[in-house]
Design a protein around this ligand. Structure first.
Ligand SMILES: Cc1ncc(COP(=O)(O)O)c(C=O)c1O
Length: 460
């Protein structure tokens, strides 16, 4: 049964190098830019991810419209990544562009609420059923504030998360369980952060019970379906048991729907009637501008109001807020996005396209006799190099291959398709249509044919 271990890494590397050489030949202006930008920014980019996500692919973006963007050499790409699901409204939807430019002309921030803020809360409550909201500028900071609130609410310090998770660049969720114990996932974190975090495998309710019974955990933070290590679904009853155990042990449950809300209107909180204490959101709900938000129960809202003394020295308010959080222009963009682009009908339409994408990927695998598994999550698909769906991060790691993805991405870029990083599968924005699904599937078919023809994967 061909799986990750049957991949010929040397052959994949040869394909990748060949495709990268072709890509470089098509992007002379981008190369020229990088020769200058390396002097001004580490690795020539304004954010480290712009280099680390795309090794060997030095491309400078020029403009985007709908489902496509072009680079400064004039090459056009069908966007199957949406900047890690932060651009799911598509590039430059007119309705959001108009709302943003009008708001900007009339003042983009006042450090006071605007009428749009209340409208955004009402729109969010309609879909996610949380009664009250606060805003940040990223999902990372929404999660950070949720953790701080949980600490105050419970009087405990520790945060429990699940192997393979990503909840943003915050210390508490950047630790990982390793064979030698809990370690920091990246450099620059305080070493003792491992004493304030706990990581256990997803879908293991016994491990949840053991961890929560210590009564030392302030909150569990979880995606309802894991999305940062491929797509991993919870087993039947798992999330209900998790909710019950958090309640019994006085632990807060933070559900992070930053990614999953793109898959379904109201996310899985609505679909599965989850009852988080705090629901965190971000990315595409801001319509293409930086955005973060969290919904809370009445109880949490009361706690925030009780702990919100004015900002004076030695006060005991919860450490929340930021100078530009909840600003007028963000609220205008989110209002336009939620009311005009991210409608229930639009989610249904894009969900059907997502099914067609997953069906097409599945057909290509069958056509070439590859017994791999297709990922399915609303607007998003992808594949696992295994015959069964992983239940947790360890199994998913065994079914994902970075070298495979790097070669595929270089190949697809030369065919005008921009693929996501290896832990994510291709996804569709609200600007995609059926013809874009067909374009992607035609190139994907060509890719699978190539790797089978080159014996990159042994199928017998
Ligand atoms: C589930 C989840 N939560 C939070 C974040 C953090 O989002 P941001 O980088 O916009 O802060 C991410 C980013 O990928 C994410 O996948």
């Amino acid at each position: 049964m061909p799986g990750k271990s049957e991949l010929d890494l040397a052959a994949l590397d040869r394909i990748r190098k060949h495709e990268l050489a072709e890509l470089r030949a098509r992007t002379p202006r981008s190369r020229n830019y990088f020769s200058r930008s390396r002097l001004a920014m580490p690795d020539g980019v304004p954010c480290s991810w712009m280099a680390s996500f795309y090794p060997g692919m030095e491309i400078v973006a020029d403009r985007g419209k709908g489902a496509y963007f072009t680079d400064i050499d004039g090459n056009r790409y069908l966007d199957m990544s949406q900047c890690d699901l932060s651009m799911s409204c598509g590039f430059g939807p007119d309705i959001i562009a108009n709302a943003v430019s009008e708001r900007f002309r009339n003042g983009s921030h006042f450090l006071l609420p605007t009428e749009d803020a209340l409208a955004v809360c009402q729109l969010l409550t309609e879909r996610f059923a949380m009664p009250a909201w606060r805003f940040t500028l990223s999902a990372s900071s929404a999660n950070l504030e949720a953790i701080r609130i949980a600490r105050v609410f419970t009087g405990r310090d520790k945060v429990l998360s699940f192997g393979g998770k990503y909840h943003g660049h915050i210390d508490e969720t950047l630790t990982v369980a390793s064979p030698t114990g809990l370690v920091t996932d990246q450099k620059g974190l305080p070493r003792d952060i491992v004493n304030r975090t706990v990581e256990i495998p997803f879908n293991d309710i016994v491990a949840v019970k053991e961890a929560l019974e210590t009564r030392g955990i302030a909150c569990v933070i979880a995606e309802p379906v894991m999305t940062n290590i491929g797509v991993i679904y919870p087993e039947d009853g798992y999330l209900n048991e998790l909710r019950a155990l958090t309640r019994i042990t006085g632990t807060l449950l933070v559900i992070d729907e930053t990614h999953t809300q793109v898959a379904h209107y109201g996310g899985f909180t609505r679909r599965w009637a989850l009852e988080p204490d705090i629901l965190t959101l971000g990315k595409s709900l801001g319509g293409g501008l930086p955005f973060g938000a969290y919904g809370m129960t009445e109880q949490i809202k009361d706690a925030l109001e009780r702990n919100a003394e004015p900002r004076v020295k030695y006060c005991q308010a919860i450490a929340l807020g930021g100078t530009t959080y909840g600003n007028a222009i963000n609220m205008a963009a989110a209002r336009a996005a939620l009311s005009e682009v991210l409608t229930e009908e639009a989610y249904r339409r894009v969900g059907k396209l997502g099914d067609a994408l997953a069906d097409g990927i599945c057909s290509a695998l069958r056509k070439f006799d590859l017994p791999w598994t297709t990922q399915r999550l609303g607007n998003r698909s992808g594949l696992f190099l295994s015959a069964t769906q992983p239940r947790n991060a360890a199994e998913a790691q065994g079914a994902l291959s970075k070298p495979f993805n790097l070669a595929q991405r270089a190949f697809m870029a030369n065919r005008g398709i921009w693929e996501p990083i290896y832990i994510h599968g291709p996804s569709l924005s609200f600007a995609h249509e059926f013809k874009e699904v067909l374009t992607y599937l035609a190139a994907f078919d060509e890719w699978i044919a190539l790797i089978v023809k080159n014996d990159t994967v042994r199928t017998s």
